[in-house]
Design a protein around this ligand. Structure first.
Ligand SMILES: Nc1nc2c(ncn2[C@@H]2O[C@H](COP(=O)(O)OP(=O)(O)O)[C@@H](O)[C@H]2O)c(=O)[nH]1
Ligand SMILES: Nc1ncnc2c1ncn2[C@@H]1O[C@H](COP(=O)(O)OP(=O)(O)O)[C@@H](O)[C@H]1O
Length: 204
């Protein structure tokens, strides 16, 4: 029987650098996990591509996916739906590959309920002031939305105790190294690694 992959969930407040860290991780040639592309009803930002950054859906299409049970989790965030396609995640895990989700905290909580054996990593900003700087610097939000996101961020940070690990995103490269080290350590800790070596011993 094929071993199942590890479900890795990266979450944290908006603007902390989840997208930046995720893109850096997936630009590294030694990264062996698969990124699950989310569905969203928000409009594409400049340069974003359907099927690469997100699957962009209308509200009607998204609600249809919800009612058909096609989403592992979903959440409404600052007026738009975001969700993870369940079939892709299950099939990829079944194929023995690790799946990486980059999602907000309400969705991560739902995944924890359905997949308690997942690996949950919370990305922390060095400070709330730095978090606000990052959202302002990114320049994608109006002032109202920034204030809204800062309020949401405080609530999100209070959820960090639900995670297995908290990683500070002080520098992107360091945050990526920490995340990869955690995944490597988790593989060593999990029984299936042990089982692989037991099989090896039996074969000799
Ligand atoms: N629950 C959930 N959240 C998601 C999903 N995809 C992205 N998000 C989160 O939705 C929030 C808003 O994403 P986005 O509009 O791309 O803005 P940004 O991450 O702040 O650049 C971020 O916290 C994302 O991590 C998903 O499939 N499910
Ligand atoms: N370690 C870091 N140091 C400084 N700026 C960062 C760091 N990580 C991300 N940023 C910047 O912060 C902003 C928000 O990052 P982004 O990846 O969009 O966050 P999220 O996906 O969590 O909402 C972007 O302008 C990004 O370039």
């Amino acid at each position: 029987m094929q071993e199942k992959g590890l479900l890795i969930v990266l979450s944290g407040p908006s603007g902390v650098g989840k997208g930046t860290v995720r893109k850096e991780i997936f630009s590294q040639p030694d990264t062996s996990f698969e990124y699950s592309i989310s569905m969203t009803t928000r409009n594409p930002r400049e340069g974003e591509v359907h099927g690469v950054d997100y699957f962009f859906k209308s509200r009607e299409e998204f609600e249809e996916l919800i009612s058909q049970g096609k989403l592992l989790e979903y959440a409404e965030y600052v007026g738009n739906y975001y969700g993870t396609p369940v079939d892709y995640v299950r099939e990829t895990l079944e194929a023995g590959k690790d799946v990486f989700l980059e999602i907000e905290v309400k969705g991560a909580k739902q995944v924890r309920e359905k997949f308690p054996e997942g690996l949950f990593i919370f990305l922390m900003p060095p400070s709330l002031t730095e978090l606000k700087n990052r959202i302002v610097t990114r320049g994608t939000e109006t002032e109202d939305l920034i204030n809204n996101r800062m309020l949401t961020a405080r609530e999100e940070i209070e959820m960090m105790h639900l995670y297995d690990y908290v990683v500070e995103n002080d520098q992107v490269e360091l945050a990526c190294e920490r995340i990869k080290a955690i995944v490597t350590a988790e593989h060593c800790r999990r029984e299936r690694v042990e089982q692989r070596y037991i099989k090896l011993l039996e074969a000799e």
